[in-house]
Design a protein around this ligand. Structure first.
Ligand SMILES: NC(=O)c1ccc[n+]([C@@H]2O[C@H](COP(=O)([O-])OP(=O)(O)OC[C@H]3O[C@@H](n4cnc5c(N)ncnc54)[C@H](OP(=O)(O)O)[C@@H]3O)[C@@H](O)[C@H]2O)c1
Length: 295
């Protein structure tokens, strides 16, 4: 809310699939929304939805308290915001980068913002546009806590409990990539198991529901182990037992004629973990092979 109790005016740069969803959701939640898009083709839909279409990025920046950028990437963002007119229009306001960027790119935009007395927050999005429109998205914010708290009403438009990662600029983009790594890697393994089922004529729906239950159990058991980095307590199965079971995934996959690069990769990690002395510990000790502060 601003001083008069109204919801803050918010700007959205970029009306692609995600930017238009951000604008729609903000309008739906009662914000006055000003948008800008490079090509005019997308202006009419935004106007019909109730947004004000700005003639330039600087004009959009002048008319809002918070400006959310949702262009394709960092370079596209820099190409439209990094100039004196926009810097002047944004002075004392908040800039939120919601495009998918790296931590270094976030720091570069933050440095430009800081040099121009513009507050900056990372706002990494973990959702599809339709979920954003329904207010069911996950956004990950990082940067100064005060700027997050002062603008919570804007962020609450996207998620009733907006998620503040920490004060380190670039940390939300890293968490975003970590989640995507977990999710995309899990999807590859999911597709591999599905290919095994397909090759054996087994129902994919049955496979998916059994996998979901198994994954839930594993996440509950392994998350505290990963957080504490203790893999020698509450052991359900040792690394040796997991590795022996995994050998049969490799042989079954090969017997079915399914590409086995993925199980071979995990087999190599099991061997490394056991060679490093983790054979009698739980499976997540394998994460120490991927990264260790002792290296
Ligand atoms: N879609 C998703 O499910 C999703 C989910 C999470 C995060 N994201 C992230 O959100 C960002 C936008 O994704 P999107 O799906 O909305 O992409 P999109 O539909 O391809 O839209 C891209 C937007 O960037 C603009 N743009 C590209 N290059 C530009 C430049 N050089 N100067 C000015 N404007 C430029 C485009 O303008 P024109 O219309 O003029 O081409 C358009 O508004 C990406 O970083 C993406 O990773 C997307």
């Amino acid at each position: 809310m601003n001083a008069t109790g109204d919801k803050r005016p918010v700007g959205v740069l970029g009306l692609g699939n995600m930017g238009s969803a951000l604008a729609d959701r903000l309008l739906d939640q009662g914000h006055k929304v000003t948008v800008w898009n490079r090509s005019a083709a997308k202006h009419e839909a935004a106007r019909s939805a109730g947004a004000t279409v700005a003639g330039s990025v600087a004009e959009a920046a002048r008319s809002v308290d918070v400006l959310i950028t949702c262009l394709s990437d960092h370079q596209a963002t820099l190409s439209v915001v990094q100039n004196d007119e926009v810097a002047e229009a944004l002075r004392g306001k908040l800039l939120v980068q919601s495009a998918t960027v790296t931590a270094n790119e976030a720091c570069e935009l933050n440095a430009w913002a800081g040099a121009n007395e513009i507050a900056y927050l990372d706002g990494a999005i973990l959702a599809f546009p339709e979920a954003v429109r329904r207010g069911e998205s996950i956004f990950l914010y990082s940067g100064p806590r005060k700027d997050f708290d002062d603008n919570r009403d804007v962020f609450a438009a996207f998620d009733a409990e907006p998620l503040f990662v920490n004060e380190g600029v670039g940390r939300a983009p890293i968490l975003h990539k970590a989640v995507l790594s977990g999710s995309l890697g899990a999807m590859l393994a999911f597709f591999h198991g599905a290919a095994m089922c397909r090759a054996a004529g087994l129902p994919i729906e049955l496979y998916a529901s059994a996998l979901l239950a198994d994954l839930g159990d594993n996440l509950s058991l392994f998350t505290p182990m990963l957080a504490s980095r203790r893999y020698d307590e509450n052991i359900e199965a040792t690394m040796e037992v997991w590795a022996a079971g995994h050998d049969m995934i490799v042989s079954t996959s090969e017997a079915l004629g399914v590409d086995s690069a993925l199980p071979h990769l995990l087999k190599r990690y099991f061997e490394q973990a056991i060679a490093a002395g983790y054979g009698e510990q739980e499976f997540p000790a394998l994460s120490e092979i991927l990264w260790s502060d002792s290296k």
